[in-house]
Design a protein around this ligand. Sequence first.
Ligand SMILES: *Cc1c(COP(=O)(O)O)cnc(C)c1O
Length: 368
Amino acid sequence: MREIPLARPLLDEREEELVLEVLRSGRLSLGPTIDRFEELLAERIGAPYVAAVSSGTAGLHLLAHIAGLGPGDEAITSPISFASSANCFIFGGATPVFADVDPRTLNLDPAAVEAAVTPRTKALVAVDMFGYPCELDELRAICERHALVLIEDAAEALGAEYKGRPIGSHGPSGVFGFYPNKQLATGEGGVVFTHSEEEWRLVRSLRNQGRDYEGGGWFHHVRVGWNYRWTDVQAAIGIAQLEKLDRLLALRSEVAARYDALLDGSGIEPLCPDDVDHRRSWFVYVVKVPEGVDRDRVMERLRAEGIGTADYVPCVHLQPYMRETYGFREGTCPVAEAAAARTLALPFYPQLEQEDQQRVAGALRAAL
Ligand SMILES: *Cc1c(COP(=O)(O)O)cnc(C)c1O
């Protein structure tokens, strides 16, 4: 039986052509291909400044570092996310606080965020989960009221739109990620987007061992930094992906719409639809199994049929290291925990064929 993978990037001759150009140029890092990618992406998302880094996590870490998050500080984030949304400030010694999510969108519930603010709260890492824009204006108002730094983890949301404008264009600083399952895939990589020239300069210095961009040589370090550099080889893949991003996003939407139709009436609950303020960029096709159904057994049945699936996503605060270090337990975020126990991801990528989707839908219906 042929395997249907969970995710798969769509790469073609254009990536090969641009990668070959970089290889032949000999400029593998700190070269012009990265600059070009940054300019093109900035234009695409409507952000004045973009700085490429080695991963989405690296970008979040630099933003948390610039926000000055350290021991004694609390930062609020979502339990329905990838671990990086919390790890980015744990690296510097800040304490994670998890606010519950809205059961419909699975993004942070602004009322829960407001309730989680304490005198020690210094930042909010808001996540555009599964490519669906978070309640940015309400969250921003909370941050302004309590003088918190707002960081947007948009790693899953390249191409999404909030209130008619792309994620990245609204003001808060944030990141996108380019791991192979993301909308734009380069292997590893990510960017920080910002509307502050000063922050952009800092990110460029911090990603490059604290070197000074204003002058000074290779062995001139003006601050402690990291090696969070990207490579020009990855940037070449990124430019080729960016050139066809509209097509990639349209194909993803079509695949999602086909699943919606195939699974209509099956009892599963799909992710929430768009509305006037929120336009999802399709990242994964996650479904919620009906109450009382054993989600893990459904996943076993799918795997037995050669169908890729995963438990997207377990709550971050219930991960072993979170329980051990901070003592989080079940009941911390009941809405998130209830949703996470019932959700799973189905195979999802731009070139996924209708026949394969029919096989997936058939197997899921049978498993239910
Ligand atoms: C993928 C992802 C990240 C991390 O990106 P990497 O490039 O893998 O480091 C962070 N947050 C969310 C929500 C993600 O999905």
